[in-house]
Ligand binder design. Structure first.
Ligand code: OGA
Ligand code: MN
Length: 290
């Protein structure tokens, strides 16, 4: 019905927060909550339920310190440094990654659809990004729903994909960082690729989600990259159809948390080095995908 919240298949009711769906695909905004303060178990349980239901949560007008960002992130899972130290962390809080783009200091590219650190055996369940300074109307971040991407495939293709595994590698990330055209840290040693199920079961919602992405996934296990590419490309195209995407226009002091088990994201790179963009990122460690 026009004007009504699109159903997400979730049945959560909320008494402490009011998640407002942002579009038909995924994403909800939760206003009126101060994440800098410790959250009661009751409030946190509703935020986690909303996270599982909506996959991407936007919290406007937050004002917090790096330590408070870490404390919030840690409610979901252990907060860790980037396994390859891809970017500098704050000196006093190395698990807070700093994304900075400013004159003479070009920020690294994330204009690829990806799920954070999927080349790790235990990738982060979620990432928290805080917009300290954003160029008005530029540097949007896009998200797509990988539960819906799987659900919308034909039953036969779902059946073909279910038993498959795929290899994920940081080789592309290392090449990006080592190109030397941004302030990303060089990566000397690329770890061996890791194998993950192509379709994973979300431990929170029980839903099935596609878990391949164009940035880290190299091939289906047992197939060559050439054999894998057409189907991987097809899945990426389906997953990133406009109907399956939320595009966030950043406001200063937005906090966005996304679920890496159920979404891919893409950082739109339509700004130059004179448009200052400074973000703090933390991640909460997740389980080994099954
Ligand atoms: C990231 C990322 C998106 C952005 O930090 O992992 O993809 O818009 N960032 O900066
Ligand atoms: Mn990312």
């Amino acid at each position: 019905m026009p004007g009504e919240a699109a159903p997400r298949g979730g049945s959560s009711t909320y008494t402490h927060i009011s998640p407002r769906p942002l579009c038909g695909a995924l994403g909800a905004e939760i206003a009126g909550i101060d994440l800098s303060q410790p959250l009661s178990d009751e409030v946190f349980a509703e935020i986690e339920a909303a996270f599982h239901e909506h996959i991407v949560l936007v919290f406007p007008e937050q004002d917090w310190t790096p330590a408070q960002q870490v404390a919030f992130t840690a409610r979901f899972g252990p907060v860790e440094e980037h396994p390859l130290r891809s970017r500098p962390g704050l000196p006093e809080q190395p698990e807070v990654l700093v994304l900075v783009n400013k004159p003479g200091d070009r920020g690294p590219r994330n204009d690829f659809w990806h799920s954070d650190i999927s080349f790790d055996e235990t990738p982060p369940l979620g990432s928290v990004l805080y917009g300290l300074q954003v160029p008005e109307g530029y540097g949007d971040t896009m998200f797509c729903n990988m539960v819906a991407a799987y659900a919308n495939l034909s039953p036969k293709l779902q059946e073909v994909l279910r038993p498959l595994r795929a290899l994920h590698s940081a080789a592309g990330l290392a090449a990006r960082n080592n190109a030397g055209d941004t302030n990303a840290n060089a990566i000397a040693q690329v770890p061996d690729p890791v194998s993950h199920p192509v379709v994973r079961t979300h431990p929170g919602s029980g839903k099935l989600a596609l878990y391949v992405n164009p940035w880290f996934t190299q091939c289906f296990e047992g197939m060559t990259p050439e054999e894998s590419r057409p189907l991987l490309d097809f899945l990426a195209t389906q997953a990133t159809r406009p109907e399956n995407v939320y595009r966030h226009r950043w406001r200063q002091k937005d906090v966005i948390m996304w679920d890496n088990r159920a979404a891919m994201h893409y950082a739109v790179r339509d700004y130059d080095e004179n448009q200052i963009r400074i973000m703090h990122r933390t991640t909460a460690l997740g389980d080994r995908p099954v």
